[in-house]
Design a binder for this molecule. Structure first.
Ligand code: NAP
Length: 250
């Protein structure tokens, strides 16, 4: 129980990688609040499943792309549980398209959801974490920001921004006992990748050294480790978890 007595907040926790992170943190003993946007059924089910496993959780509806959502969510968690020890900025979307035909809304939605939310939520927890002289911020990036995938300029820009921000925040907050790291997943089996998996799964797997797609749990366990006291000397790091997809060998 690496996280006994800790309180965590995860954005985008109702499905996919976020859901697995909520589980992993809860199984390590943390109380976990998570944000979802629209899938209230999935969110309520997760709270019930965790309750059956004797884990305490809280689902909060909010659109993380909206500037004032973070203050409201953080306040709600603090009112219930007093403090937040761990923030996982996981919520993310894709709106792929070639730049020549990408409209401003497509660009802005991705930037506001994936990158804007990291700014808003990190900012909202920073002061309380500084006063408690302890904190963990883990940002979910993507190997898509290390590639040049046609059609993902908006997504890659948002994730590249997250990685730059991770290093700056790590430098700002280390002396206050707060570590800031990013996790960059490869291809993970979630709703987000369903479309591409349907057409290209076999082809993708050929490029993965481990010869399988990633599972949400592959990301979740590493995130739980980065959230623990054992990871107190790791900061400003981007941990690639892609089964070897980006090694580039034959
Ligand atoms: P997913 O299955 O599509 O789930 C996305 C989650 O984010 C859902 O819980 C969704 O809530 C929430 N969300 C999206 N927009 C939101 C908003 N504006 N406000 C609040 N919540 C919002 O995605 P995933 O594959 O698990 O991806 C999770 C993270 O990992 C993302 O940051 C993604 O970029 C990153 N990632 C994924 C992969 C991959 O292969 N899957 C690879 C690299 C990086 P609702 O259910 O309520 O809509």
């Amino acid at each position: 129980m690496k996280l006994a007595g800790k309180t965590a907040l995860v954005t985008g926790g109702s499905r996919g990688i976020g859901r697995a992170i909520v589980w992993a943190l809860a199984q390590e003993g943390a109380r976990v609040a998570f944000v979802y946007r629209s899938d209230s059924e999935a969110a309520e089910q997760l709270v019930k499943d965790l309750e059956l496993d004797q884990r305490e959780s809280m689902a909060i509806q909010a659109d993380v792309s909206e500037a004032d959502s973070a203050e409201r969510v953080v306040q709600q968690v603090q009112e219930a549980w007093e403090q937040i020890d761990i923030l996982v900025n996981n919520a993310g979307i894709v709106r792929d398209g070639l730049l020549a035909t990408m409209d401003t809304e497509q660009w802005q939605q991705v930037i506001d959801t994936n990158l804007g939310s990291v700014y808003h939520f990190s900012r909202a927890v920073t002061r309380p974490m500084m006063s408690q002289r302890h904190g963990r911020i883990i940002n979910i990036s993507s190997v898509a920001s290390h590639f040049g995938n046609p059609g993902q300029a908006n997504y890659a820009a948002s994730k590249g921004g997250i990685e730059g921000m991770t290093r700056c925040l790590a430098a700002e907050l280390g002396r206050r006992g707060i570590t800031v790291n990013a996790v960059a997943p490869g291809f993970i089996e979630t709703d987000m990748t369903e479309e591409i998996r349907n057409v290209a799964e076999k082809e993708i797997i050929k490029h993965v050294s481990c010869r399988r797609l990633g599972r949400p749990e592959d990301i979740a366990h590493a995130t739980a480790f980065l959230a623990s006291d054992e990871a107190s000397y790791i900061t400003g790091h981007v941990l690639v978890i892609d089964g070897g997809l980006t090694l580039g060998g034959l």
